[in-house]
Design a protein around this ligand. Structure first.
Ligand SMILES: C[S@@+](CC[C@H](N)C(=O)[O-])C[C@H]1O[C@@H](n2cnc3c(N)ncnc32)[C@H](O)[C@@H]1O
Length: 302
């Protein structure tokens, strides 16, 4: 078993920029040059959402200009945005959960976990964040992205959550995963950030096996899938493990249809009664829409 090794990219303690305004220019300098990454940075620093000129003002998703970029790291893409949009749609509900521990598996650039931390209280709440990735460059990027937003997390270079099982057992309140889910040959899994093997399910199916043991009683699991992954079948697998599910967001593009699935423990969730009743009907109707969309494209192709 791989022992989880915590990576420490922070040479300074994890502090909020708000408490150390004089350090801001230094940290921005570090973002731009230390990691040799090109962070697109607008001199004006106007937040497109809040229209504030302070990039560290309260906001609900990470500032793309402060997200670390690197050729080896999966940058914010359509699937990252759909996951953040799903979390934003769930924001009130997630806050009501009063999560203590949030985990992102496969954190990439850090865009998603940073956004989650911002929407759950801008790092001011007493919430612990843990992120894992198999890529050291990704973890380094995540550290920089978090730090640029005045946030921090424990970062682990591990396969999924290997070595962290005991630590996370029954404790994870919010679990997020935008997996490598593009169908490829099984041999290609691990060679890129997106190669998902047969039906794009190789990494997803391994992750599904761990969810039951690490999710807390009130825990929520958010998973990005594409149609080829057969999200309906994923819902059934999780159903057999005692989880309810629903599609939070479904988004079509020319190339793929993205879904963000949400899972929670069936019997213990009294607040989501409506979610329960919608379980299969929503999955089924969303998949119907997806199929109709594809059929209409076929027809127009004819
Ligand atoms: C599609 S990218 C998503 C990145 C980021 N979460 C986002 O949404 O922008 C998948 C990420 O999972 C990581 N990954 C792939 N296989 C993994 C594994 N077995 N364990 C941990 N991370 C993995 C990749 O290195 C990559 O950063």
């Amino acid at each position: 078993m791989i022992s989880a090794h915590k990576l420490d990219f922070q040479s300074t303690p994890c502090v909020s920029f708000a408490g150390f305004p004089l350090l801001r220019p230094l940290w921005l300098f570090e973002i731009l040059f230390l990691f040799g990454m090109d962070v697109a940075f607008n001199e004006e620093n106007e937040d497109p959402v809040t229209k504030s000129h302070d990039p560290f003002a309260t906001r609900s998703s990470a500032d793309l200009r402060l997200v670390a970029r690197h050729p080896e790291v999966y940058g914010p893409s359509d699937d990252s945005f759909v996951l953040v949009d799903a979390l934003l749609a769930e924001k009130a509900h997630l806050r009501e959960l009063h999560p203590r521990l949030c985990v992102e598996v496969g954190c990439g650039s850090g865009y998603v976990i940073t956004s989650l931390a911002l929407m759950l209280g801008n790092g001011k709440e007493n919430i612990k964040y843990i992120a894992s990735d198999i890529s050291e460059a990704a973890l380094k990027a995540t550290a920089i992205t978090l730090k640029a937003h005045g946030l921090c997390a424990e970062l682990y270079k591990v396969d999924l959550i290997s070595g962290l099982e005991k630590r996370l057992a029954g404790a994870v309140d919010v679990l997020i995963f935008n997996p490598p889910c593009v169908p490829t040959l099984d041999e290609e899994v691990g060679t890129s950030a997106w190669a998902g093997g047969n039906k794009g399910r190789v990494v997803i199916d391994r992750m599904l096996k761990t969810v039951d043991s690490i999710l807390s009683k009130k825990g929520r699991f958010y998973l990005v899938t594409v149609t080829a992954n057969n999200p309906g079948e994923i819902c059934q697998i999780m159903r057999r493990k005692g989880f309810s599910s629903r599609i939070v967001i479904q988004r079509h593009s020319e190339e793929e249809s993205l879904h963000v699935l949400k899972f929670w423990r069936e019997k213990l969730d009294h607040s989501s009664g409506s979610d329960k009743s919608l379980l299969y009907s929503r999955c089924a109707s969303a998949l119907h829409v997806s199929l109709s969309h594809r059929l209409s494209r076929l027809v127009s192709f004819k």
